[in-house]
Design a protein around this ligand. Structure first.
Ligand code: F3S
Length: 643
């Protein structure tokens, strides 16, 4: 039986486990990327591992999210990241150089390699045939330290593309069609592989638009083959030597096959408030538009912006529309400036933003109340734009540009004769906003610059023989990571400062918890069912760790939060008998005798309530690897010992 494209890359990189679907496998990671919002913590974690130099082939830190500098915090974070990179062997892409995924595709990505990034749209790299996956900051730190990245061996989906897109129908419309078919949950536990004759009609940036938004399917990643067009793209980036051909075996077996005839597709929009709420532009035509934003890691390539410039050339943006454009990278921005296209955009009345995430991450350009905003981005969840009742529609650059001119939803196919951007034989290559790491012999002389907002990763210690602790908090069912570690404008800038951010831990449930837990020094939390549901926020484990929480004893956990607790070295325990929840109260003294031996050898954990004299049993199901992580005192210690 032959291998799919993704299976071939997995086979080359597997270091733990077998390629059996549904089981956990460890992969060697060739490249990593971070963005600034998640990167600060990833580098603090990397520092805590004590590894002097990254062990990956290439690691790059991008500054593209929090580029607004209205206080010292963001600027401090950027300076910290830059100095860590210089010291430890990481390339640093300065603010203004562009959005991580766009720049990585242009300058660093390589077919056949593995990439993890602390950003969910890392699968953009699948556009040049990388196995590129979004991961947590700690996963990235571990990969930089030489540790494996663990995933569940995914199922394989083949999307078979035939035919050719009609004029003015775009790659964005292909991924919107896939979202319509599969939905935002349809990709969970799967890798989506594109193939078929239609692939040859799509340039690398178009393929990257499709793999980028594969994140909205919930997929592990998406990938295209590496073919002659990939070679040409890399050659035009001055990197032809990075090219290798990659195709699936003829007899590769897929778990699911989806056929799409490109010639039948129409321009589409993902309507509020979900990327899979798809309608044709034809059906929306004539509705008023207030704002148009073009850019983001989904649609800000040279091809996209040249198409937009062609549509806008010699015209004027409608008087009711605010049009904002953010080129995806300095390379794209500079090329538009030199070939005159930037002049066409400015002349038409577009507002040009810096090369960064900008409005996609809510940094400016929030629409007016109830405003209708057409965006070439990838997400349209309620409130993400910064306007609570904003109505965000996700569309192609073609639909965005023509609608900006007319002031109403307009199907770009009404433009008539098509236009194909001529891809340059050579892109403008100027990496002077990428700072190289210092040579190994100079790294000891480099000082890491920490402003007052940068605090080290909390200390972790190996699992104790016996845990003696106090119940510092008792909560109900369905506690979310927002309860544990609230977000918000005041709290977000504290992500690189665990002592400060931990002062907000659980304050929505009990304002006294942080102070009480810290004073106790060693505590446990007792909770109900589905504890830790919500986002993958790792601070929801790191703040309790800093406050001295040794174990969390609940009726049941949400999966990702449980994994984050293990990574932080906090023991995740579940009541063997849910009714025992009533047998522990706030401030009760608890002992877990011989817990280290029990974890090492398997079996249920005895929980003695010294205050009431009652004994109850708890279970803690762990694999050999997670057992070793808990005993070591968390993933960082484990990687230090085994890395
Ligand atoms: Fe940035 Fe938005 Fe992409 S925040 S990385 S442009 S999804």
């Amino acid at each position: 039986m032959g291998y799919t494209l993704a299976e071939k890359i997995i086979k080359e990189h597997i270091v733990d486990g077998e390629m059996v679907k549904g089981t956990d496998i460890g992969l060697r990671i060739d490249q990593t990327l971070t963005q600034d919002a998640t990167g600060t913590m990833a580098y603090l974690e990397f520092e805590a591992m004590g590894v002097p130099r990254v062990k990956t082939e290439k690691s790059v830190a991008y500054i593209d999210h929090n580029t607004l500098q209205t206080g010292f915090e963001n600027a401090d974070d950027h300076r910290f990241i830059q100095s860590v990179c210089k010291k430890h062997g990481i390339y640093f892409s300065k603010p203004g150089n562009g959005i991580c995924h766009q720049v990585h595709l242009e300058r660093f990505g390589k077919p056949g390699k593995t990439l993890i990034g602390s950003d969910s749209h890392t699968p953009t790299g699948g556009g040049i045939g990388m196995l590129a996956m979004g991961a947590g900051g700690l996963d990235v730190a571990v990969a930089m330290g030489g540790g494996a990245y663990y995933i569940t061996m995914p199922k394989m989906v083949r999307v078979n593309l035939t035919g050719k897109l009609q004029p003015w129908v775009a790659a964005k419309d292909i991924i919107l069609e896939v979202l319509r078919i599969m939905s935002v949950k349809g990709g969970v536990g799967k890798i989506v592989e594109y193939g078929g004759e239609g692939v040859k009609t799509l340039s690398v940036p178009e393929r990257a638009t499709i793999t980028n938004m594969g994140a909205e399917l919930g997929a592990t990643t998406s990938i295209f083959p590496s073919d002659e067009l990939t070679r040409q793209f890399l050659k035009a980036q001055g990197r032809e030597e990075d090219w290798v051909e990659l195709t699936p075996d003829e007899d590769a077996v897929y778990d699911e096959v989806i056929d799409i005839d490109l010639s039948t597709l129409k321009p589409m929009a993902a309507c509020p408030h979900s990327p899979d709420n798809i309608k044709t532009i034809e059906s929306l035509a004539g509705q008023k538009v207030d704002q148009v934003c073009i850019g983001s890691c989904t649609n800000s390539s040279y091809r996209d912006l040249m198409t937009v410039a062609h549509i806008l050339k010699g015209k004027t943006v409608a008087e009711n529309v605010s049009l904002a454009i953010a080129p995806g990278s300095k390379q794209v921005f500079n090329m538009l400036a030199l070939n005159g296209a930037l002049g066409d955009l400015i002349a038409a009345g577009a507002r040009i933003l810096e090369s960064a995430c900008g409005p996609c991450i809510g940094m400016g350009q929030s629409p007016n109340s109830k405003g209708i905003s057409l965006r070439t981005f990838n997400r349209n969840f309620l409130g993400r734009s910064g306007t609570k009742d904003g109505q965000i529609y996700l569309v192609s650059p073609e639909t965005a540009a023509v609608s900006a001119l007319t002031g109403v939803f307009t199907d770009p196919t009404t433009l008539g004769e098509g236009y194909t951007v001529e891809m340059p034989e050579k892109f403008l290559i100027n990496d002077n906003m990428v700072i190289d790491p210092a040579p190994v012999e100079e790294m000891d002389n480099i000082e890491v610059l920490r402003g007052p907002n940068i605090k080290p990763f909390p200390e972790t210690t190996p699992l104790e023989e016996t845990i003696n602790a106090t119940c510092a908090l008792k909560v109900e069912d369905n506690i979310t990571t927002d309860h544990i570690m609230p977000a918000g404008a005041k709290i977000l800038p504290l992500r690189s400062n665990i002592p400060a951010i931990s002062q907000h831990c659980f304050t929505v449930c009990d304002p006294e918890f942080p102070k009480r837990a810290k004073e106790l020094g060693s505590s446990i939390i007792v909770g109900g069912a589905n504890y830790g549901q919500g986002s993958s926020r790792e601070h929801a484990a790191l703040a309790p760790l800093y406050l001295g929480v040794k174990a969390v004893l609940v009726k049941s956990f949400a999966r990702i939060h449980r994994a984050n607790l293990i990574n932080a070295g906090i023991l995740p325990l579940e009541f063997c008998n849910e009714a025992d929840y009533d047998k522990i109260n706030l401030n009760d003294e608890i002992t877990l005798p011989d817990v280290k031996d029990i974890i090492a050898n398997g079996g249920d954990v005895k929980v003695v309530n010294k205050t009431t004299g009652e004994e109850i049993m708890a279970k803690c199901e762990l694999t050999d690897r997670t057992k070793a992580i808990i005993i070591a005192g968390g993933l960082l210690n484990y990687t230090k010992e085994n890395g």
